[in-house]
Design a protein. Structure first.
Length: 116
């Protein structure tokens, strides 16, 4: 069974805060199954956006783990906002969480492109 979105978000925020980051929910989605987008403010003027991995990257239909992909890297805040605005029009149940932390990448389970 896949972890519900609100539980994943809560645990992820706590983990980031334990590592010295600051996190907040920018948009609340469906508690049970909303897609989760993570905005990473690196505090150096650059941002990274992580989004849910496409289902085509899952080998097993029974694999319900949450996997992410980097949607935008080294982006401006306006680019992220534009992307998320379009995504919310498509999926009004999605979550957006923002993390402020000085690091290159957040510890999220990432898919590897080119290996499906």
């Amino acid at each position: 069974m896949r972890l519900q979105s609100h539980i994943f978000v809560s645990g992820f925020l706590r983990a980031q805060q334990a590592k010295g980051g600051f996190g907040a929910i920018a948009r609340k989605g469906s508690p049970e199954a909303g897609a989760v987008f993570i905005v990473h403010n690196r505090l150096d003027g650059s941002f990274c956006l992580y989004g849910p991995a496409p289902l085509s990257f899952f080998d097993d239909a029974q694999d319900f783990s949450r996997m992410f992909e980097i949607v935008l890297q080294d982006a401006q805040e306006s680019e992220i906002a534009n992307y998320l605005e379009k995504q919310m029009g498509f999926d009004p149940d999605c979550w957006v969480i923002e993390i402020e932390r000085r690091c290159e990448r957040l510890e999220v389970p990432l898919i590897e492109h080119g290996t499906s």
